[in-house]
Write a protein that binds this ligand. Sequence first.
Ligand SMILES: C[S@@+](CC[C@H](N)C(=O)[O-])C[C@H]1O[C@@H](n2cnc3c(N)ncnc32)[C@H](O)[C@@H]1O
Length: 197
Amino acid sequence: MWDERYAEAGFVYGTEPNDFLARHATRHLPAGGRVLCLAEGEGRNAVYLARQGYDVTGVDGSAVGLEKARRLAEQHGIQIHTVVADLGAYELGSECWSGIVSIWCHVPTPLRVRLHRAVVAALEPGGVLLLEAYTPRQLEYKTGGPPTADGMMSLAELRRELAGLEFIHAEETVREVHEGKYHDGLSAVVQVIARKA
Ligand SMILES: C[S@@+](CC[C@H](N)C(=O)[O-])C[C@H]1O[C@@H](n2cnc3c(N)ncnc32)[C@H](O)[C@@H]1O
């Protein structure tokens, strides 16, 4: 499904970064650090972060998406690392990332729970997770995201799954999202910025 979507002409979510990420990244992600972008797709967020001086790795299940990500990086004269992998099999490592970015990373709930435990373990002390995702309320808006609630997440779930991190920003909100034709309009989202002590 994702390879097919990314085979469309152009960048399906655009080439500009997610605006929650752009607003908060340089303030919270340790300067110049190693940042892992989960479910990175066509690379707009990874390229933005690399342009801010981070050493960025994007992981995604879609080889087609990550090929476009590499091309986008080249167009900007910067480098990103890419890993084609299913997040169910990808090893995040232990205390090795100063930042982890998760933008619209919607995987089945049991996998998400495991992934978030792995995120906590993979952040260095002082490392920061920056996450935006759809909440189940998004089903009322129909402006993007998965077709069912499975994989969407609430702030209460994230607080449990990310236990061990200190939440700096934690909000469920409804906001305008305009990122190409698949994310377009008023949307029910959850946003988290959380640091490992
Ligand atoms: C809505 S897109 C978001 C892409 C990117 N984060 C962005 O904001 O532009 C969701 C991404 O999740 C990836 N994805 C979904 N399930 C995955 C899995 N199990 N393993 C790896 N990637 C997955 C898809 O390939 C797709 O690129």
